[in-house]
Design a protein around this ligand. Structure first.
Ligand SMILES: [Zn+2]
Length: 161
């Protein structure tokens, strides 16, 4: 599969992050891990990183993570959660996947891999088997491929089918 040659960084989406205000002094794994990504480990980033990455590979929306934030008793607004998810994405810690125009999922697995989007359930999951792609098309002259997303939208069969 030629797709393996694709550079996984999102060349066209890179940008700089806003500086953070407060420092968080802790030896939690999330602190070292944020520093490795070049992000200052503020209290809110550490809280969100722990919620995101303590549960293995997952796909969350800002709304899902915000409800976990509230459950954990962390006082962060939905806007802050959303901004922090975008900072993590720009730092290469998350991959943003948008199966619909209005909604983004954030994947803790940043490698190139195909997804199923379950239309009725508004859920994104990894395709459980390898996808064989015979040949990637060439980019347009003067362009290079920056990113590959494959999202297969699926719905439950009707009973008569
Ligand atoms: Zn995934």
């Amino acid at each position: 599969m030629n797709a393996g040659a694709i550079n996984e960084t999102d060349i066209c989406e890179s940008g700089s992050q806003a500086p953070a205000a407060t420092q968080f002094h802790d030896d939690a794994p999330a602190v070292a891990w944020l520093r490795e990504a070049g992000l200052r480990p503020t209290r809110q980033r550490v809280s969100l990183a722990e919620l995101l990455f303590d549960k293995g590979d997952r796909h969350v929306t800002a709304e899902i993570l915000h409800s976990e934030v509230l459950e954990a008793g962390v006082g962060l607004s939905l806007a802050t959660v959303y901004n922090t998810l975008n900072q993590f994405t720009r730092a290469g810690l998350l991959r943003r996947i948008g199966p619909t125009g209005s909604r983004s999922f954030f994947d803790t697995n940043t490698s190139v891999h195909p997804h199923f989007y379950l239309i009725g359930e508004d859920t994104l999951i990894d395709v459980p088997e390898p996808l064989v792609l015979e040949q990637m098309p060439n980019a347009l002259p003067g362009h290079e491929i920056a990113r590959l997303d494959i999202i297969i939208h699926i719905c439950r069969k009707s009973r008569d089918a």
